[in-house]
Design a protein around this ligand. Structure first.
Ligand code: PEP
Length: 253
């Protein structure tokens, strides 16, 4: 049985005050969530605050991105060791906003996955197709290519302790959620593709769904056999909504 993981991707949102309020709200409700892992990924600048405010709670935190470099003249970048220094457990790699707005390609994302894992962070690898790709019927091809870039660089065992987030790009921040059937189809494809290489890894691997997940659509998504939690954008910025999704994941176990 896989433990679901619900992670909040705060993107570039927040202030010292709003982060304090959001974390206090999540902490107040986390006691009722005992079967699902709950994590938050604040902007880099708020990670020390998250570390202080989440100390002693079961809530891990992580980065939204990292550099492939370890140190040096890379203005604006943050290294894996720095995330670890501030207690991060997770780091998101290959989010579609990084891929489309900052030109991160499969090879760079695979490198980030490798660097994160080598440093001791757990990478959350985002994969997913655009609307155009879905309409052209190449969803599986795109997801396979994004996945294979990591497998080619790191080997199948690298996924054993990793997390994959299937995030159809057309569903991110648009209010259009994939139907549970659409999501399950791709999740099953991902697990099946990994299973052909290593059944043990496939069985253990957590595959989150991401894309306009809300408290009122979370339960039907989480009920699908290959959906193991969610990567949550907009709804992770309100404690009540985020906890509603966490509860749906918790109840799905
Ligand atoms: C995301 O950014 O990973 C995401 C899923 O965003 P949203 O929930 O807002 O669609």
């Amino acid at each position: 049985m896989r433990q679901p993981l619900v992670a909040g991707n705060w993107k570039m949102n927040g202030s010292v005050g709003s982060v304090r309020e959001l974390l206090a709200g999540i902490k107040a409700g986390i006691g009722a969530i005992d079967k699902c892992e709950v994590a938050v990924c604040p902007p880099y600048i708020f990670i020390p605050q998250a570390q202080t405010e989440l100390a002693g709670t079961p809530i891990p935190w992580g980065g939204q991105n990292l550099s492939t470099e370890t140190s040096g003249a890379f203005t604006g970048e943050v290294a894996a060791s720095m995330l670890l220094d501030f207690g991060c457990t997770y780091v998101i790699v290959g989010h579609s906003e990084r891929r489309t707005l900052y030109g991160e390609d499969d090879a760079l994302v695979a490198k980030k996955f490798a660097v994160a894992q080598a440093a001791g962070l757990k990478p959350i690898l985002c994969v997913g197709e655009t609307l155009d790709e879905r309409e052209k019927g190449v969803t599986e091809e795109v997801v396979a290519r994004q996945l294979d870039a990591v497998i080619k660089l790191e080997g199948i065992k690298a996924l054993a302790d990793g997390v994959i987030a299937y995030e159809p790009v057309w569903a991110i921040g648009t209010g259009k959620t994939a139907t549970p059937e659409q999501a399950q189809e791709v999740h099953a494809f991902i697990r099946g593709r990994i299973k052909t290489r290593d059944a043990g890894v496939a069985e253990k691997l957590r595959i989150q769904y991401g894309g306009s997940m809300k408290p009122d659509n979370a339960a039907e998504l989480m009920a699908k056999p290959d959906i193991d939690g969610g990567l949550i954008g907009g709804a992770s910025l309100k404690a009540k909504d985020f906890l509603g999704i966490c509860k749906a994941a918790n109840d799905s176990v």
